[in-house]
Design a protein around this ligand. Structure first.
Ligand code: PLP
Length: 392
């Protein structure tokens, strides 16, 4: 690979490449000053563009236009859902003080949830099985008449595992608990209909679906309480999320959502074929790897692989200029901690240190996958030799 060659990008869990159509739509949008609240022709055009994007995004998830709140991304949407609903409950003098989250939620759910202990909420963590699928029997014992909100993600960002959202929603309904779903990894990649799934709230993110980073949103069902705002200002978006809308980003997001509507099946088929091809190639090169999600349903194109004896962080570092992949481990105070997702799946530290994640997306080609497999196989050998465990 030459010095300036682009590496093969297989890190779509972290962020997706920008769709050329979204880029094109934004390029045009950056040219005009655009404040959707301005009382002139440019303001009107900006407001119309925001409304069109909102309608496309609403259609993608089966929502109504009025049920979409734009945010800066899924982190903000998750915070708005959890903290905003907790504040609503306090103001409405609801006696419900329990919030249930799954053990494999993204930190953008876990952190605001744990912070809510400061406001007197009890946070309960629902377990998952060894594949990373939520244990619905356990969940139903944790959700009761004291439960305000349950937050479960649609698809996990380390494993790609899809959660049984309809079953989770049914459990919540039995006790009158509200349900929030972090849909950041799922929206735009698999069919999601918020009405069929019976969700009250769902977060989503543009850059996880080939749109620009810096914009996302929260679905708030018309039948559910409106979260209390986290910010205060000019009253945009009915005050629930004030601030001047980033019109070009929203236009790019809308373009990405339109593409997702059109290409959902084609993208899923393409991603799955590439993932199978990568596995077959690794097998051909005798890389002994195991899919940690076993027989669980996963996002098409996603792979979470364990290669015994290979430190995944070393593998990722060795491949950094040729193949972009990643692990879920986190470095805190100089210490590498196993991912909370893998720990929740009952993996020990050693196993967890050998897991990396791959996402084969819309723009990957078979030739790239074949080349990536040779790089990965070679890097696995080198990491093993370095660590003195060449035969594993
Ligand atoms: N939720 C999940 C499941 C994610 O994977 C991510 C991003 O990695 C987020 C939330 C945060 O999304 P954003 O980058 O839009 O804030």
């Amino acid at each position: 690979m030459t010095r300036n060659a682009q590496p093969i990008y297989l890190d779509g869990f972290a962020t997706m490449p920008l769709a050329p159509e979204a880029r094109q739509a934004m390029l045009a949008a950056w040219s005009d000053p655009s404040n959707a609240g301005s009382p002139h022709i440019l303001g009107e055009r900006a407001a119309a563009s925001v409304a069109a994007a909102r309608a496309t995004i609403a259609a993608l998830i089966g929502a109504s236009i009025a049920e979409i709140v734009f945010t800066s991304g899924a982190t903000e949407a998750n915070n708005l859902a959890l903290i905003g609903i907790a504040r609503w409950a306090l103001e409405a003098k609801s006696a419900r003080r329990r919030i249930v989250v799954s053990a494999v939620e993204h930190k953008a759910v876990l952190e605001p949830a744990f912070w809510l202990r400061n406001l007197g909420f009890e946070i309960v963590v629902a377990p998952v099985d060894s594949r990373g699928v939520i244990d619905c029997a356990a969940l139903s014992t944790l959700v009761d008449e004291q439960t305000l909100l349950v937050s479960v993600m649609a698809a996990n960002n380390e494993t790609g595992v899809l959660q049984p959202m309809s079953d989770v929603a049914a459990i919540c309904r039995r006790s009158g608990a509200l349900i929030h779903c972090d849909g950041a990894q799922a929206v735009g990649k698999i069919p999601i209909d918020v009405v069929d799934l019976d969700l009250d709230y769902m977060s989503f993110s543009s850059h996880k679906m080939y749109g620009p980073a810096g914009v996302g949103g929260l679905y708030v069902s018309a039948a559910a309480p409106m979260p209390q705002p986290l910010h205060f200002g000019g009253g945009q978006q009915s005050g629930v999320r004030p601030g001047t809308e980033p019109v070009p980003l929203i236009i790019g997001f809308g373009a990405a959502a339109r593409l997702a509507c059109d290409r959902l099946d084609a993208d899923a088929g393409h991603g799955s074929l590439l993932a199978c091809r990568l596995l077959a190639k690794l097998d051909e090169y005798q890389v002994a790897c195991r899919r940690i999600t076993d027989d669980a349903s996963i996002l098409p194109g996603s792979l979470s692989l364990l290669v015994p004896g290979v430190e995944a962080d070393d593998l990722v570092a060795l491949l950094r200029a040729t193949v972009c992949i990643s692990t879920g481990s986190a470095c805190t105070n100089g210490q590498v901690l196993p991912s909370h997702v893998l720990t929740a799946m009952s993996m020990d530290k050693l196993e967890a240190s050998s897991v990396f994640r791959v996402y084969c997306g819309r723009y990957n080609t078979e030739a790239e996958i074949d080349l990536a497999a040779t790089f990965i196989a070679d890097a696995c050998l080198r990491v093993r030799h370095r660590s003195g465990r060449p035969d594993q």
